[in-house]
Design a protein around this ligand. Structure first.
Ligand SMILES: [Zn+2]
Length: 563
């Protein structure tokens, strides 16, 4: 299975490269060279996209072999393609995928919305207005606000960061200063950082001409100054926390693995609801790990999160899950800072409107294109500093001041790059796992020291040599005096107030002297509530230190009240 997914993604990468830059397919691409044009009953639809035959017999439209065929028209000639056995063509995502993920066999063409008339030689509309594709003038703020206002839908059809007329502007360094604003490509210290040149405690400059360190403005080139910057390793886990994966956490987070200040290392858990054991969630939180939100349902198809989820859905899924974690896992509401969208499918502006309204502090769902040096986390006050990566991915276009993006830098493994560890090609033994982790660690540690993210689904650890390689890696890097494994909340606390290595032992947010108050402590023996819910088939167990609800908590009923 793994093999085939890799083969598929390699093929898709080639195909994507053929369509890349211009959005149109390059007719000279090797994939097309040995394709013969068809003299079939398939019309030419030359919109630069793959399509299905609109003349297919309506009886056969949902037939699997028809759904696996797709066409491309170039210079008036139609080329036929077919997905590999077992795969169907997804017209929206323009890729072949497993049957369970394709829902549009009945659609023959990807709908394209006409473009609004924003830049015309002669202005069409008055001040403060823009023109729809049909020349209707509407107030500018209605464009890309998530609701269709033009008759032709053109106000909402072109809303990525490049096309949204209300898009966030490029970073204005003068008006972007810590702790509340940070543009990724700027130094944390020094004249260009907006922070004083003199270190707050050391009494000597941290950076700049008097410090003896380089004054290179580009944070990416700070390698000579990097010894002042701690190397953070951010370990995260996605999905349910339960008995299936509990032992994995126990093996990784042992008493002997500590940060340079002697405190235990911490991870971040993006918790989805179904099958989660909330006593375990509470224990993790008690131990200083961060609990973050990964939706209630984690439902598919993946494109739901980018395309279909309304602002109300975002609230139901994410604020709902925050409520469940708080009610049944005892985690304090003010400690729930982060979200990660299922399948890393960013929800455009709608997701971030929900985050702003609820008060979430950060998102960690966006992957950046592979880069050396890697990218630092940033706030969304201004235009994001990298491309929105992925087919059909919808990054926010508007500004969201003060909300952090803990961007996922990709790992490099052989010729592949991958954001989640379990998307990387499998490695044959613990030696190679260790080498791969070490290679990526060095790419960060020896350049700009952007946090190194290691993003896991626990399934990756079910392979024994993966666990062994990871443990060896951790033990090795934890010997370094300037390497810290902290959770994302702790990382943001440091980014808001970046103190150099020499002062980190007294950095308050990374200390572990606080004791957990009695009322927040997880119980030893939880209640095991056997619960029904019409939305999930069969019964579910909910393990919690608090009272059992009447029903299994779910969307719009997160406290499980029998209605
Ligand atoms: Zn997930």
């Amino acid at each position: 299975m793994r093999q085939r997914q890799l083969a598929l993604s390699a093929f898709l990468a080639v195909l994507a490269a053929a369509v890349a830059t211009t959005g149109a397919v390059n007719p000279d691409h090797p994939l097309l060279r040995n394709k013969r044009a068809l003299r079939l009953n398939v019309p030419c639809i030359a919109n630069g996209q793959f399509y299905r035959n609109p003349n297919t017999d309506p009886e056969k439209v949902r037939n699997l072999s028809e759904c696996a065929k797709y066409y491309l028209c170039l210079d008036g000639e139609v080329y036929e393609f077919k997905c590999s056995v077992g795969l169907l063509f997804d017209i929206d995502r323009q890729i072949c995928d497993f049957k369970s993920k394709v829902f549009n066999c009945g659609t023959h063409i990807q709908l394209t919305t006409p473009k609004p008339l924003l830049d015309t030689d002669e202005p069409i509309c008055g001040y403060g207005e823009y023109a729809c594709a049909d020349k209707t003038c509407l107030p500018s703020e209605l464009f890309c606000d998530g609701q269709v206002d033009c008759y032709d839908g053109s106000d909402e059809g072109w809303c990525d960061a490049e096309n949204d007329p209300n898009a966030a502007p490029r970073c204005d360094y003068k008006n972007c200063t810590l702790p509340w604003c940070f543009c990724s490509r700027r130094p944390l210290w020094g004249p260009l950082s907006g922070r004083p040149l003199w270190g707050p405690l050391s009494g000597r400059p941290l950076w700049g001409p008097l410090s003896g360190l380089s004054q290179d403005a580009h944070f990416g080139a700070l390698s000579r100054d990097a010894h002042e910057v701690p190397q953070v390793i951010s370990i995260t886990f996605d999905d349910a926390v339960n008995y299936e994966n509990w032992e994995i956490y126990n093996q990784l987070f042992t008493d002997s693995r500590t940060n340079p200040n002697g405190c235990p290392i911490h991870a971040t858990f993006y918790v989805s609801h179904e099958y989660t054991n909330y006593q375990y969630v509470q224990k993790l939180w008690n131990d200083g790990h961060e609990i973050a939100v990964h939706s209630i349902t984690h439902k598919g198809p993946e494109s739901f999160w980018s395309n279909n989820a309304t602002i109300e859905d975002w609230f139901d899924e994410f604020v709902g899950q925050a409520n469940i974690i708080n009610r049944f896992g005892g985690v304090r509401m003010e400690d729930l800072w982060g979200v990660r969208v299922p399948y890393l499918r960013v929800g455009w502006n709608r997701q971030f409107i929900m985050m702003r309204e609820f008060g979430f502090v950060y998102d960690s769902s966006m992957a950046a294109p592979f880069s050396n040096p890697p990218i630092w986390p940033y706030t969304l006050d201004y235009k994001m500093p990298h491309k929105c990566l992925g087919t059909g991915q919808k990054c926010p276009s508007r500004p969201f001041p003060g909300i952090w993006e803990l961007v996922l830098n990709q790992l490099q493994t052989g010729e592949y790059t991958c954001a989640m560890m379990d998307q990387c090609p499998p490695l044959p033994d613990d030696e190679e796992v260790y080498e791969m982790l070490m290679h990526n660690f060095k790419r960060h540690y020896n350049s700009n020291r952007a946090p190194l993210g290691l993003y896991f689904h626990t399934i990756w650890f079910k392979v024994k040599h993966n666990m062994k390689g990871m443990q060896r890696f951790l033990d090795e890097v934890m010997k370094l005096p300037d390497v810290w494994v902290v959770n994302n909340q702790e990382l943001i606390q440091w980014m808001r107030e970046p103190v150099p290595n020499a002062q980190l032992n007294s950095f308050e947010p990374w200390k572990c002297s606080k004791t957990v108050p009695q009322e927040d402590q997880a119980c030893n023996i939880p209640k095991s509530c056997k619960l029904r819910n019409r939305a999930v088939r069969g019964d579910r167990y909910l393990h919690t230190c608090y009272e059992c609800p009447d029903m299994y908590p779910w969307l719009k009923n997160e406290f499980g009240v029998d209605l």
